[in-house]
Design a binder for this molecule. Structure first.
Ligand code: NAD
Length: 239
């Protein structure tokens, strides 16, 4: 029970990696608020649903108020909600650009600007931003997505400094998954997925549970001296 009595918020918790994180956290003893635009695709004790579009700043404030009112603390925030709207740069529309920035980058800011300082005032907390191998290495057709994920690295380091100071003791880290078998990959052709698998040292794509376990490490006290870092979980991939 590595998260006994902890209160955790997981964005994009309805399916994919977010679902695995919410369920694993609950198994480890946490009370979990799984926020998403869509309803949860599962029913697990100690995981409650909160309807939220992270690109809505007022919605993020409402979630923060709800969590503080109900639990009087927030121990863990996982900024996991993310989308892709892929196109080569010369074909990318303003809408595709803006949608990805609004969810993947602005959404992380809207959540953390309330929760980070609150954790700091309580004197403890762990924030994990879900980045991507594409933020580290770039990828053809993902200018919008790679820009948001690379930006999370700067936010992670900045917030590790900001919320860790003055006795804040808030740790802020990022996880950069490689290619993980969830719905976000459903528009990627199989031959390309095979190619990505071949570029890993392990010769395969990842499972969402393998990312959830890395996030659990950063959320728990087992990583009590880890902050401001980016943990790549990609089977040894180099794009
Ligand atoms: P997914 O599509 O399976 O799940 C994403 C979840 O986020 C969905 O439940 C969706 O409804 C929710 N969501 C989307 N927009 C939202 C919004 N505006 N507000 C609230 N919730 C919203 O994707 P996934 O693979 O589980 O991805 C989770 C995170 O991991 C994302 O940030 C993604 O960029 C990142 N990631 C995934 C991979 C991969 O290969 N699967 C690789 C690197 C990084």
């Amino acid at each position: 029970m590595r998260l006994k009595d902890k209160v955790a918020i997981v964005t994009g918790g309805a399916k994919g990696i977010g679902q695995c994180v919410a369920r694993l956290f609950a198994e480890e003893g946490a009370k979990v608020i799984a926020c998403d635009m869509m309803e949860l695709t599962y029913d697990t004790p100690n995981v409650e649903y909160f309807k939220l579009d992270v690109s809505d700043p007022e919605g993020c404030k409402s979630l923060f108020d709800y969590a503080v009112e109900k639990y009087s603390k927030i121990d863990i925030l996982v900024n996991n909600a993310g989308i892709t709207r892929d196109a080569l740069t010369r074909k990318m529309t303003d809408e595709q650009w803006a949608q990805v920035i609004n969810v993947n980058l602005n959404g992380v800011f809207y959540m953390t600007r309330h929760i980070g300082p609150y954790m700091q005032s309580l004197g403890s907390g762990s924030i994990i931003n879900i980045s991507s191998v594409v933020g580290e290495y770039g990828n053809i057709g993902q200018a919008n997505y790679s820009a948001t994920k690379a930006a999370l690295d700067g936010l992670t380091k900045t917030w590790a400094k900001e919320f860790g100071m003055k006795g804040g003791n808030v740790r802020v880290n990022a996880v950069a998954p490689g290619y993980i078998l969830t719905d976000i990959l459903k528009t990627v052709p199989q031959d390309l997925l095979d190619k990505f698998a071949a570029t890993t040292m392990l010769g395969r794509l990842g499972q969402p549970e393998e990312i959830a376990k890395a996030i659990l490490f950063l959320a728990s006290d087992e990583s009590s001296y880890v902050t401001g870092t980016l943990l790549s979980v990609n089977g040894g991939m180099r794009l």
